[in-house]
Design a protein around this ligand. Structure first.
Ligand SMILES: Cc1cc2nc3c(=O)[nH]c(=O)nc-3n(C[C@H](O)[C@H](O)[C@H](O)COP(=O)(O)OP(=O)(O)OC[C@H]3O[C@@H](n4cnc5c(N)ncnc54)[C@H](O)[C@@H]3O)c2cc1C
Length: 258
């Protein structure tokens, strides 16, 4: 079985961020790229399936990133992925969800897959829209928010988290699943894994390679502003818990929050 895990690289989570007012894009220059943390969970879910299904199952990483950043994927290869495919092309710069999902879907058709596993969210763009859009473009079932995956008789069975618990859904392969952090903590790369990762293949695909025709983003960022600063807190001194609770309740009711 061929599992493909989509992996986005995002700017170092701890680095201070700013937006270029002319391009309205996040300034990425000088900030170290790292694996999108949610995608480490997607990889963990894929590796758990590989552990259970055996050596005939392969795990390929798929990432749309600047080619200069491809070595950052070695960390995911060291964790246990077999190889990586990078889509990189100037025509894809400034991609929004529509362009990103289109490029990923075309690449998936080209490299082939039985199961695609995505993170639920990218730490920078954070729309959570890419997995569903990729499934739609491929015409396959897309299951979101999965916390546990099993492969059974040509189906993927997932426990999907809901507000009140979880539901069990089973769909025929090929399919796409996005996972939550409940799938299990991403494993550490072993020393052997780190050594092996150096020899693993990272293939590069251009827009032409995947048959991507020029397209413009469908999303336009009109304006942006820093969030308003915090207002000063109101401190209430109550004689007892009941009075404190009443003051808080009245405060919330005034603002129609309860
Ligand atoms: C006009 C405009 C220009 C933009 N330009 C850029 C830009 O130049 N660079 C940029 O990074 N963002 C850019 N963005 C942000 C862009 O919308 C998103 O970062 C990108 O489309 C993915 O959406 P997301 O980050 O919300 O992913 P989400 O939907 O939150 O991601 C969910 C999952 O999808 C997968 N995924 C998402 N993106 C990728 C990827 N690139 N490769 C592999 N897997 C992926 C991952 O598994 C991830 O966990 C731009 C947005 C706009 C509106």
């Amino acid at each position: 079985m061929k599992i493909v895990v989509t992996v986005k690289l995002v700017p170092d989570l701890n680095a201070p961020k700013s937006i270029d007012s002319a391009t309205k894009r996040l300034v990425r220059a000088g900030i170290e790229p790292v694996l999108n943390p949610y995608d480490e969970y997607a990889l963990e879910a894929a590796l758990q399936l590989k552990d259970r299904l055996g050596a005939e199952t392969t795990v390929t990483l798929l990432s749309m990133i600047p080619a200069s950043q491809k070595e950052t994927l070695r960390k995911a290869l060291a964790m246990g992925a077999d190889d990586a495919v990078v889509i990189s092309d100037a025509a894809l710069e400034g991609s929004d969800v529509s362009m990103t999902s289109s490029a990923l879907a075309l690449a998936l058709k080209k490299i082939g897959f039985d199961l695609v596993i995505c993170g639920g969210l990218a730490d920078d763009g954070s729309t959570g829209g890419v997995p569903g859009a990729v499934a739609e473009r491929l015409g396959i079932a897309g299951l979101t928010n999965a916390r546990k995956l099993e492969i059974e008789n040509g189906n993927v069975k997932a426990q999907r988290e809901t507000d009140t618990g979880y539901q069990v859904v089973s769909v025929a392969l090929p399919a796409l699943v996005s996972v939550t952090m409940a799938v299990g903590e991403p494993r550490y790369a072993s020393l052997k894994g780190i050594m092996n990762a150096k020899k693993k293949s990272i293939a590069l695909l251009s827009a032409a390679d995947i048959g991507y025709a020029n397209a413009a983003p469908k999303t336009e960022l009109l304006r942006f502003a820093p969030p308003p600063g915090r207002t000063k807190a109101r401190i209430v001194e109550a004689h007892d818990g009941a009075e404190g609770a009443r003051v808080i309740f009245d405060f919330l009711r005034e603002r129609k929050l309860v």
